[in-house]
Design a protein around this ligand. Structure first.
Ligand SMILES: Cc1cc2nc3c(=O)[nH]c(=O)nc-3n(C[C@H](O)[C@H](O)[C@H](O)COP(=O)(O)OP(=O)(O)OC[C@H]3O[C@@H](n4cnc5c(N)ncnc54)[C@H](O)[C@@H]3O)c2cc1C
Length: 485
């Protein structure tokens, strides 16, 4: 295939006019010839800066070398030596700020499309795995004392709390090293944000299911509907079930709000609630019963991946959608590809704007009470960029006299999340940082003996690959501590 070496082989994707009416996956993935052509762009440079910039240390040039030769099995095995969810990472990792950011090819054009190649290899493998339908259903509840499958094994037992990328990566690394691992998950389906947050059109549920099935085939037991801190405490995991270590990967699922007037009006949602209804409660499926607000106009507040996902879901429900972001387009924290897709799908961007009040319609028959009103518009302040703040980005400040009103039926707050305090509050000796994140050292060891933690529960909302890296690091430390030889 003839191609310009300074450009990535383009990713085939669904037409925006078509995809905005459904939840089908937008990026279709490379075919074999596209993948082989893109692989040829890798210079196989000696320094391999991409490897150092991958939080799980995948030997990127090595897997691409196998791909070039058409040995996809070897390419897959090379990837999973280091990372456990390649079909997920290939789709949602922010490669542009990690491995691809330092690619030598990127100095004189576009970096090698490492994520797309990872996805190609993983999808090639997953297409060969036809997993039995029923096996996807994990065991429900905590199990009677002493009856967990993992406890029957003559292996060292480790409990993992949470089945997001941090927990899954920790469990996979420990299972590979011969530990008996049980994951306890609060929701009825494992996967964390991968299933309840990221929409089907970016990360199909069946891809996550297949990746998790692979983990179960390594012998990892998954018990859903177990809220650690309520159903079982961390102390009970040690005392009741005899686990020798606990890893906490409970994420950061607590949504933040702006605390502006009108935030309690009907029609205001956290992005978490909106996306959970779409994803986990299956509102994305045609004819699903799930109650979901279907307004004509949505305002989404925020500029991260979560804001893009919420906005693009609302477009697929048929609404006109505006994203309100207080900085400029250059500072948008969402992945560039997601922003581009949102633009293509007709999402309107209002930069340098910040809501100061949500206005509601009051029912004249009821006492004046914000809980009885419905959103009719949002008053926004016009912003301008000032000096850099602690994050290094220019601080947005209100521009006097620049207020404007956006009519809308619904407002979705996508402003970030923080860790739920439940586990820290119910576990003796587990210290937290001021903002609520669990305190842990560089290996994930917390202030409590034999308890490790990682992912968003420690860092606050971050990325899939950072969470996976933390889960893997903690697993290696657990293995070293429990089985030093
Ligand atoms: C909508 C959205 C889009 C995103 N898009 C991207 C993206 O494109 N790329 C990217 O890299 N990152 C993205 N992120 C961020 C990324 O998904 C997270 O950083 C990552 O999932 C964190 O992994 P985790 O395992 O720490 O936590 P989570 O994925 O949050 O998983 C934690 C799990 O723990 C469970 N849990 C919580 N409390 C308990 C308890 N008490 N007992 C038992 N279980 C418990 C939760 O139910 C959950 O399943 C996105 C996040 C969101 C919300």
């Amino acid at each position: 295939m003839a191609m310009a070496l300074n450009k990535k082989v383009p990713m085939p994707s669904l037409d925006p006019e078509v995809r905005v009416k459904n939840f089908s996956e937008v990026s279709l993935g490379y075919d074999e010839s596209q993948a082989r052509a893109e692989a040829e762009r890798c210079l196989a440079c000696k320094k391999k800066p991409c490897v150092a910039n991958c939080p799980v240390g995948i030997e990127i040039p090595a897997f691409i070398a196998h791909l070039k030769k058409g040995d996809y099995e070897a390419a897959y095995q090379e990837i999973v030596k280091h990372g456990s969810l390649p079909a997920v990472c290939g789709r949602v990792c922010p490669q542009e700020s990690q491995c691809e950011a330092v690619c030598l090819r990127g100095r004189k054009g576009e970096a090698v499309a490492i994520g797309r190649l990872e996805r190609f290899v993983a999808d090639w493998k997953l297409a060969k795995i036809d997993l039995p339908q029923g096996d996807w259903e994990p065991s429900q509840g905590p199990g009677a004392p002493g009856q967990l499958a993992s406890l029957a094994q003559e292996k060292i037992k480790v409990a993992v709390v949470g089945s997001g990328p941090a927990g899954l990566s920790c469990a996979a690394t420990l299972a590979d090293r011969g530990f008996a691992v049980t994951i306890f998950e609060a929701l009825h389906i494992p996967g964390g944000v991968l299933v309840y947050g990221i929409p089907e059109f970016r990360l199909p549920k069946k891809i996550v299911q297949k990746e998790i099935m692979g983990l179960r085939q390594k012998g990892v037991e998954i018990r859903t509907n177990v809220v650690v801190g309520k159903t079982l405490t961390v102390d009970e995991l040690f005392e009741r079930d005899g686990f020798k270590a606990v890893f906490i990967g409970s994420g950061a699922g607590l949504p933040m709000f702006m605390n502006i007037p009108g935030e309690n009006l009907n029609g205001v949602f956290s992005a978490n609630e909106f996306l959970t209804r779409i994803n986990l409660m299956k509102a994305y499926l045609e004819g699903a019963w799930t109650p979901i607000f279907r307004g004509q106009k949505f305002v989404v507040v925020g500029g991260g991946n979560v804001a893009m996902d919420a906005a693009r879901c609302a477009r697929r429900l048929g609404a006109e959608v505006s994203i309100v972001y207080r900085r400029s387009a250059q500072e948008l924290p969402a992945r560039a590809e997601e922003v581009e897709h949102a633009h293509e799908e007709g999402v309107i961007f209002k930069f340098l704007s910040s809501p100061i009040e949500i206005n509601g319609f009051q029912n004249p028959d009821q006492p004046r009470d914000p809980k009885n009103g419905w959103v009719i518009s949002v008053t926004c302040a016009q912003m301008e960029l000032g000096q850099p703040d602690a994050s290094g980005r220019p601080r947005p400040v209100i521009k006097p006299g620049g207020e404007f009103i956006l009519p809308t039926d619904s407002v979705i707050m996508a402003l970030g999340t923080s860790p739920n305090p439940l586990i820290a509050a119910s576990t003796q000796g587990l210290d937290t940082q001021k903002w609520g994140g669990l305190m842990a050292d560089q290996n994930g060891l917390t202030s409590r003996n034999k308890v490790w933690a990682g992912g968003d529960a420690v860092t606050g909302a971050a990325t899939v690959i950072m969470a996976m890296g933390a889960g893997k690091k903690a697993a290696l430390d657990i293995a070293k501590t429990l089985a030093p030889n």
